[in-house]
Write a new protein. Structure first.
Length: 217
């Protein structure tokens, strides 16, 4: 079982994933981003490469989940992030509308060929823009800036497009965390949401079986 986390740079995805895994390490594990990819700089090439990257990671995430039975794998970013950033690029005039459509079609074709679908369960982390900007500025003091991360118009447009993402989400369930709240509150909201999903009972049953085996020994 894989749950994907989406959101703009500085939204707090990685931190939230880390805290969820700390709160319940028996059931949750973070995907370790173990694949390496060639970096490209032009907007069109970047988005095409990102879509291919997300597909390769999706395959590897499935393998990682098999390696950790009984765990819910938490993954940072999915195809939806590629769609969001592609549309942000289009809105900024960095790529054409036709290029944006073709990039999205790449993702749809990869899913169609394999008979797969976009992420069923997703968490959208997108706090107010001023919060994102402050977090990025704080992060820059310690780490190198990522691609065009200091372009405020770009980050603002990406943030706005992530707010539009729920309108074209195709999965089974999307948890939207778009308010500034203490981290422990966000973790609790995640667990409350996960408890309501169909996969929740599957993992309860699995854990019960594990507990029975342990008790038998």
């Amino acid at each position: 079982m894989i749950i994907y986390f989406s959101g703009t740079q500085g939204a707090g995805k990685s931190t939230l994933i880390e805290e969820i895994c700390k709160a319940d390490p028996e059931q949750h594990i973070a995907y370790p981003d173990r694949l390496k990819f060639v970096k490209v700089l032009t907007p069109v090439e970047r988005q095409v490469a990102k879509m291919v990257k997300f597909y390769q990671e999706k395959c590897d995430q499935a393998a990682f989940a098999t390696e950790h039975p009984g765990k819910i794998v938490l993954a940072d970013r999915s195809f939806y992030d590629g769609i969001v950033y592609g549309r942000a690029f289009r809105n900024l005039g960095w790529i054409t509308a036709e290029q944006c459509d073709m990039i999205e079609e790449i993702a749809r074709l990869m899913m169609a060929v394999t008979g797969d679908t976009f992420a069923h369960y997703e968490v959208l982390v997108n706090p107010p823009f001023d919060v994102v900007q402050k977090r990025l500025e704080h992060r820059w003091a310690e780490n190198r800036k990522k691609w065009k991360e200091d372009d405020i118009a770009y980050i603002r447009e990406a943030h706005a497009e992530f707010n539009r993402m729920p309108s074209y989400f195709r999965g089974a369930s999307l948890l939207v965390l778009n308010e500034e709240k203490p981290l422990d509150v966000l973790v609790r909201e995640f667990f409350d949401w996960a408890e309501e999903q169909p996969f929740s009972q599957e993992y309860k049953d699995f854990q019960a079986g594990v507990d029975e085996l342990v008790a038998a020994k």
